[in-house]
Design a protein around this ligand. Structure first.
Ligand code: APR
Length: 248
């Protein structure tokens, strides 16, 4: 009856009793920290930019300075942002219950890490990291972060361009990331999917993976997502409102 009366309390009790919890997060997790989501009709970045132009290698090669400047603006936004109550609830839980929680994020910000989930599985890379656009033709191991202040920075010796360390559309995920995420989803007794539209694979498939592994699957999102059907329970609310009640 608890579930019928109060799905939040039921889920909170399941999380408290679990020895393995996996939380998959998307851009909605950072929305209350002031970082725009991609597809939110009002503030979403995609409503103002052509994603194919900005978040792809061909877009970067076509106009390196435009793409570099867009990422520089987003990096500054990430640096100014603070983890919200949802991030803090997950970080505090990890401190109280070491080894129970695995956070898997599609986000390229560092708010989970700053809140205390240092081992967050980054599916789409790190916006604050630099990397070379090409493998170095001279086999050198130069540091992209030391490549100067051009927009984008370039290697003084071979002209290689620096690009942000994020996964662009059509690119492979970081080695091992999806495997680590699938391991955590399969092992989870409770799987929480927070703040994602479920539009991008393979991240969107993790809810079904967890469900097949026997997990109780719940979604936290103020709006409908493409993977609501994979959840046993959908909580219509925001990360900062609900996560403190579920993990507090
Ligand atoms: N709390 C929880 N969820 C929220 C909140 C909030 N405060 N605000 C918005 N949301 C939800 C929206 O309803 C939406 O379902 O967050 C979701 C954001 O969806 P997207 O903007 O599509 O972001 P995401 O699902 O993370 O996108 C996946 O697509 O563009 C690529 O690589 C990029 O990682 C990104 C991936």
């Amino acid at each position: 009856m608890a579930e019928l009366d109060d799905p939040v309390r039921d889920l909170r009790e399941r999380i408290a009793a679990a020895s393995r919890v996996c939380v998959l997060t998307g851009a909605g997790m950072s929305a209350e920290s002031g970082i725009a989501t991609f597809r939110d009709a009002l503030t979403g970045l995609w409503s103002r930019f052509d994603p194919a132009r900005l978040a792809s290698e061909e877009g970067f090669r076509a106009d390196p300075q435009l793409v570099w400047d867009w990422y520089a603006e987003r990096r500054e936004g990430v640096r100014q942002a603070q983890p919200n109550a949802g991030h803090r609830a997950l970080g505090d839980f990890a401190r109280r219950r070491p080894g129970v929680l695995t956070v898997v994020s599609q986000n390229v910000d560092d708010l989970h890490q700053r809140a205390g989930n240092a081992d967050t599985v980054r599916l789409h890379g790190d916006i604050l990291a630099d990397r070379w656009l090409e493998p170095c033709r001279r086999g050198r191991a130069c540091d992209p972060a030391a490549a100067g202040i051009d927009r984008p920075p370039r290697c003084a010796e071979c002209g290689n361009l620096v690009r942000p360390g994020v996964v662009w559309f059509g690119e492979m995920l970081p080695p091992g990331a999806i495997e680590a995420a699938e391991r955590a989803a399969r092992a989870a007794e409770v799987m929480l999917v927070v703040g994602t539209s479920g539009a991008v694979w393979p991240a969107a498939g993790l809810a079904a993976t967890a469900r097949r592994g026997g997990a109780r699957v719940a979604i936290v999102n103020p709006h409908a997502s493409e993977i609501d059907g994979e959840a046993h329970v959908v909580l219509r609310g925001t990360a900062a409102q609900l996560l403190p009640r579920l993990f507090g």
